[in-house]
Design a protein around this ligand. Structure first.
Ligand SMILES: [Zn+2]
Length: 569
């Protein structure tokens, strides 16, 4: 049920309960089954949607409360209850979808809701069957085991005990010996954990192949694409896209790396040297959290009336928890509370350029959620994952004119590093994606064969990477640190697809801000009403799959990069 917006601190904590949930849903499902006409069904569907919105709001509130304070026993217990109930939520939504897909009055439903909704339902139904439940449990358990190894990593470094993300800071240190020592510590940790992680991955690959077989798919790859809701593109189209990256983007990156190493004065660069963009150090924000939020407020107010309203809303209702605190879960995310029609931003500010990125990137996600909040069909409020990242990554570029405020004297440094990093990300993303296609095409390969394949792919996209001091990484093992490979197979390429679209907004914004911003608002407002390619076509954006489009997007950016004098930064 829709509620008036209130401050987040005033949200009630409601823990869903299996008995209540089943009672309510069993009744709604039997009502839906009894419907003879579309008009009868509409009423029941509305009731179901409103109940699902309440449930989603309750579980989102619990997740935010828990991640903001993982030491609170009440929140922890509530989160455990939600985790236990999640297969039950899944079962009921599958039941509803099955009834609607097979209903005699389906044509009338399609007329009202659009046929894409039914395409989504059908894709979803193909990925699930009760007989794979035990395999899904196994798959989740393996992913949790992997998360625990990575999350629980404790590395000894110069007398300190660090986790992997803390070590990351030293990997981009100004001092080369420090970077090298940090890289070696990482390599040592990986060598000690390689066997365990390889075993988990092997089991994951096999259980996924088994699930695909039970559901009648030729390969897990096809199933994985449907799991991601990719109803309008396939592995061949993604391959054509990756080939464009190899041909058009890799040479540009190699040139950028040469300039970078010349500026740093490094003759024989190693993979850890590329983390440092400037000899004077990476750009630093010009102030603390309150200062940065004030800058963000100025930026969103200046960009347009919609974004002003959005950011006023976020601050008025206290929908951001930004600072790192003891007991807070790591990382950053954006979520929504559909019953209150409110987004929420969670992050761990740590005084680096990443803090500004949160306000722009997660801000972009939240802005889209805010603009799509009134879309009636809840499944249409958010698009598939590759499209979601367009909103956030484009906002990073709309933020460029405001970087003087965020970074002061480091503004130019930030802009160059942001654009160069974003371009250099594409070949890495393609590496991770091509590797996964190889893995599921050769499911019985050994760990050594997987690493050899990775090394070959890595060489194709990032030939500059040298691992002389790191024998384990030199074998082709860096993918073992990329959690997406374990948790959500084939997801990673989405970030690169979105990046290529966000670049188009970057270019257009430099030419004509008014026009670019209007186009962006329209894109955000259309939420998830269309699949990826249709969304691009409707908004006059170049599709990355079409041969030649990656080149058209990268060329003007090369010219932008040439406008920076990095030797003086
Ligand atoms: Zn994002």
């Amino acid at each position: 049920m829709k509620k008036q917006p209130i401050k987040f601190s005033e949200y009630p904590l409601i823990v869903p309960n299996a008995k209540r949930l089943s009672k309510k849903m069993d009744k709604l499902i039997s009502d839906l089954k009894a419907c003879q006409t579309a008009n009868e069904a509409f009423k029941v569907i509305n009731k179901i949607n409103s109940y699902f919105e309440d449930l989603e709001t309750e579980t989102s509130v619990i997740y935010v409360l828990y991640t903001c304070d993982t030491t609170n026993e009440q929140y922890k217990k509530a989160q455990e209850t939600v985790d236990e109930l999640s297969p039950l939520f899944g079962k009921y939504s599958t039941d509803v979808q099955k009834i609607l897909v097979n209903a005699s009055y389906r044509p009338e439903l399609e007329k009202k809701y659009g046929s894409y909704l039914f395409q989504k339902y059908e894709a979803g139904l193909k990925t699930f069957d009760e007989k794979i439940m035990p395999d899904l449990v196994k798959e989740n358990k393996l992913v949790s085991e992997y998360d625990m190894i990575l999350g629980g990593a404790q590395l000894e470094f110069r007398g300190e005990t660090l986790n992997l993300s803390q070590l990351g800071k030293y990997m981009q240190d100004k001092d080369r010996e420090t970077r090298k020592a940090a890289a070696k510590a990482m390599d040592k940790w990986l060598s000690e954990n390689e066997e365990k992680i390889a075993q988990i991955y092997d089991e994951l690959v096999h259980v996924r192949v088994e699930i695909a077989k039970k559901l009648g798919f030729k390969s897990f790859t096809d199933l994985a694409y449907l799991r991601l809701g990719r109803v309008d593109y396939n592995a061949d189209m993604v391959k054509c896209y990756r080939e464009q990256i190899a041909k058009e983007v890799v040479p540009v990156c190699q040139k950028l790396y040469k300039i970078q190493m010349k500026n740093l004065g490094i003759r024989k660069p190693q993979y850890y040297d590329y983390n440092l963009m400037f000899a004077s150090g990476n750009p630093m924000p010009a102030g603390n959290k309150d200062y940065l939020v004030e800058q963000a407020h100025k930026m969103y107010s200046d960009l347009g009336p919609e974004s002003k309203e959005f950011f006023d809303f976020m601050t008025k209702y206290e929908l951001m928890d930004l600072e790192a605190r003891k007991g807070k879960a790591p990382g950053g995310y954006q979520t929504t509370f559909p019953a209150y029609q409110s987004p929420f931003i969670f992050s761990n500010f740590n005084g680096t350029q990443g803090d500004v990125n949160v306000l722009c990137h997660e801000g972009g996600h939240a802005f889209q959620a805010y603009l799509s909040r009134n879309i009636k069909v809840s499944e249409y409020r958010q698009p598939t994952l590759e499209s979601c990242e367009i909103h956030s990554m484009s906002m990073e570029f709309f933020a460029w004119p405001y970087m003087d405020g965020f970074f002061g004297k480091d503004a130019e440094k930030y802009k160059y590093a942001h654009l160069a990093d974003s371009i250099e990300f594409l070949p890495y993303g393609a590496t991770i994606d091509e590797f996964q296609h190889w893995v599921y095409a050769h499911p019985d390969a050994s760990h050594a064969e997987r690493c050899a394949a990775f090394k070959e792919i890595e060489n194709k996209y990032t030939p500059h990477k040298k691992y002389d001091d790191c024998p384990t990484l030199a074998k082709g093992t860096i993918w073992m640190r990329q959690s997406h490979v374990f948790a959500v197979p084939f997801y990673y390429i989405d970030y690169t697809l979105a990046q290529v679209v966000a670049f188009q907004f970057a270019i257009e914004n430099m030419k004509n801000h008014e026009k670019a911003w209007k186009k962006y608002i329209k894109l955000c407002k259309s939420g998830g009403k269309y699949p990826f390619q249709e969304l691009l076509a409707k908004n006059h954006l170049r599709c990355p799959f079409q041969d030649g489009n990656v080149r058209k997007v990268i060329k003007p950016l090369e010219r932008v990069l040439k406008g920076f004098d990095t030797s003086r930064m």
